[in-house]
Design a protein around this ligand. Structure first.
Ligand code: ATP
Length: 576
């Protein structure tokens, strides 16, 4: 496909405020793309060159883009810089100064490959070379094309198209209806690479997708846990089941293939470099090939103490990983296995996987297994829960004995029960930022006084508002939020946001933060769970985290979670 044609579709996607229109435009676009370009189109729309676990960073600096535009269209860079600080969109400025109105002849692949080459430039003089290469690229193309190239390389495309919409559109374009989305989703859950799935589908058809299997070194989307409020409800739901220790660490999916080891985070980044001591320990295991699931925690062998999540995370932020690996080594608590040698274990019953896992390794300072019991009794589970919690752990995960590993899914195969449950809304809620209000009084001087936040509606593939949020942040954080959110601001309500309220500024649904509230209430103002004019809202919400780097927008709590929490909260009240 010509890149110019591709950009016409992007323009349509950008303009739409309705998810259905977004779907139609995508289906139409995908119908016109060939096998060789479909993966690239999917990546481009997802604002990435490759999925996160490839560690290919787009991140071209604003200054590089400014200089490239100045060079390509012979404009004064100072003036351009000033205009940019006023307008805030370099893509639009590229379009303005590029005088070509008719689309170029270059293909989508050509643009994608050129951008890929630019990201690979490193070393001495790399900045100059990046500017030159980007300038050459945007000189070849029309105004509209240069707008999208610049936005893309800056990571500011902000189309807000979700994975579900892409899969439905792929299904429609090849089979004529959306139903095949379910199969595409299964494949995506097994490899976390939507571009790759699209290519396999286009080249190999429905059959290849139906036979899609996990592969070592391609991360599986992690299985997630449902919640229930009490031991009683869990026993009622599961009958006889396993109760596993729940560690509040860093989700780590480990892949080994010969002497190659890779470790992936919950949001599927390659984090091997940040756990060298663990990677070494895994390398030494005798089995050649496997994939297992675990939580990593900082562990002090001398005191037998585990350190909280925050300490473990410090490694990611600070330098000196090697030093930390010596002074505060990590220990993996392994709880599941998905592949061993050439055997795909995903669909084996949990209990069988666990038996295989039990034989995989001898425990040592880097590798351990979670402790687990099998029971059908409330008192036994309660005792295990109490013992686990008094050992400083977060709680337990109850596991259905015959459940497969549910890649990318949250269902009752796993049910979490945490220490804090029981009181009215003691649990925290993860929300996604949808927009902000400019603020009054002192906050007006920060430029941001409060946020409009929401939760995810999985069925509708949209974000629904649940509360405004104005407390829990320091002055510095208000200012930082303004800066971060301005980078993802959009001109109109994003197509996948469902809201009655209108914030001063809309942003692309991207950033998640954790809050606490006193209560979930019914309310006509918010769209979360809205039915017959009443939705759900939060009373006295306050942020308990800043932006969470480990979660994507779709990983925040869902409308379904909120309804469950609301019900639990009620039953607690009734007991009082
Ligand atoms: P979620 O990961 O479910 O979206 P969250 O990040 O708030 O939510 P929790 O609600 O605390 O996490 O609990 C679920 C998480 O617990 C799992 O995603 C997993 O990372 C972690 N976990 C810890 N121990 C276990 C275990 N033994 N089995 C399964 N998951 C575990």
């Amino acid at each position: 496909m010509k890149f110019a044609e591709f950009c016409d579709y992007l323009l349509k996607l950008e303009k739409t405020t309705k998810r259905l229109e977004m779907f139609d435009t995508l289906s139409d676009m995908f119908s016109n793309i060939d096998n060789e370009e479909i993966a690239k189109a999917v990546y481009f729309i997802q604002e990435e060159l490759l999925p996160p676990f490839y560690n290919v960073q787009l991140g071209i600096a604003d200054k590089v883009a400014e200089k490239a535009i100045a060079e390509a269209y012979s404009v004064d860079v100072k003036g351009l810089s000033q205009e940019y600080s006023k307008k805030g969109d370099l893509g639009e400025l590229a379009e303005k100064y590029n005088k070509k109105n008719t689309g170029s002849e270059v293909s989508l692949s050509h643009v994608y490959n050129k951008i890929f080459d630019i990201t690979k430039i490193t070393g001495d003089g790399s900045v100059e070379l990046k500017i030159k290469s980007l300038a050459t690229l945007i000189k070849e193309v029309s105004g509209l094309e240069s707008k999208y190239i610049i936005r893309f390389v800056l990571g500011k495309l902000r189309l807000g198209v979700g994975e579900a919409t892409i899969m439905e559109a792929l299904s429609k374009s090849k089979t004529g209806d959306r139903k095949f989305k379910l199969e595409l989703e299964r494949a995506f859950n097994l490899c976390s690479d939507l571009g790759y799935v699209a290519e396999v589908f286009y080249k190999g058809g429905e059959e290849k997708i139906r036979r899609f299997k996990i592969e070592v070194m391609r991360p599986i989307r992690p299985a997630l846990a449902e919640r229930l409020p009490s031991v009683h409800e869990i026993v009622k739901k599961l009958g006889k089941f396993a109760v596993d220790q729940k560690f509040d660490g860093f989700r780590s999916q480990v892949h080994k293939d010969g002497d190659k080891v890779k470790i992936f985070s919950r949001n599927l980044e390659d984090i091997t470099h940040f756990m060298p001591e663990v990677a070494e320990a895994v390398k030494k295991l005798k089995h050649k090939r496997f994939i297992f699931d675990s939580e990593a925690l900082t562990y002090d062998e001398n005191t037998n103490m585990l350190y909280p999540f925050q300490i473990t995370m410090q490694r990611k932020r600070k330098h000196g990983v090697e030093e930390k690996a010596q002074s505060l080594p990590l220990r993996l608590f392994v709880f599941d296995i998905m592949l061993l040698d050439d055997k795909d274990l995903i669909n084996e019953p949990f209990i069988k996987r666990r038996e295989i896992l039990d034989k995989l390794f001898e425990e040592n300072s880097s590798l351990a297994r979670t402790k687990m019991i099998i029971t059908d009794s409330e008192s036994e589970m309660t005792k295990f829960f109490d013992d686990t919690v008094s050992n400083g752990l977060e709680g337990v995960v109850a596991k259905k004995l015959d459940a497969p590993y549910s890649a990318g899914a949250r269902n009752f195969g796993w049910i979490k029960l945490k220490r804090s449950y029981g009181a009215a809304l003691e649990d925290t809620i993860d929300v996604v930022i949808l927009g902000y209000y400019r603020g009054k009084g002192i906050r007006a001087s920060f430029g941001l006084g409060g946020l409009l936040v929401g939760v995810f509606d999985e069925k509708a593939d949209t974000f629904k508002t649940i509360t405004k949020l104005g407390s829990g942040f320091s002055e510095e954080q208000f200012k930082e939020l303004k800066r971060i959110l301005d980078d993802i601001r959009v001109e109109h309500k994003p197509a996948r946001v469902d809201s009655i309220l209108q914030p001063d500024i809309w942003v692309s649904p991207k950033y998640v933060l954790t809050l606490k509230a006193d209560e979930i209430t019914r309310s006509p103002t918010h769209t979360a769970g809205l039915e017959n004019g009443t939705g759900y809202a939060l009373r006295f919400p306050r942020a308990v985290s800043f932006i969470r780097k480990d979660k994507r927008a779709e990983d925040c709590n869902t409308v379904r979670d909120i309804i469950e929490m609301f019900k639990d909260q009620k039953s607690v009240k009734l007991k009082n």
